[in-house]
Design a protein around this ligand. Sequence first.
Ligand code: ZN
Length: 117
Amino acid sequence: MTAPDRRERYAAALYTTLEVSPFHTPWEHLGPLRRAVWYARAEAAMAIADSEQAMVRTERDDARRLVNELACPTCKGSGLDPDDEGDWDGGVGRHNPNTIGPCPTCMGDRTRQGSAR
Ligand SMILES: [Zn+2]
């Protein structure tokens, strides 16, 4: 979605919050001057949404960093043996990922400390 599309959607959505009266002009028929007022309101709402999204991204990145710090270096947190492809299944001609054994370092615990904790 391009920036003008987004602003248009926000402005139209905000405009729908107006009480409907017999004099209510549909958004599609609104003139440029009246639209400009709603675009300004839309931009204010978008600025709040953007700052909230940035906060969520920061929290998500912090959580990912923490998970990576705690993760077992051998299996990188998957808990699975990276050298095990799984049992060969001739029926479908491929390895079965559901039969991959536990990581030899953490024994499937997924953290650096492993099962010794
Ligand atoms: Zn591991």
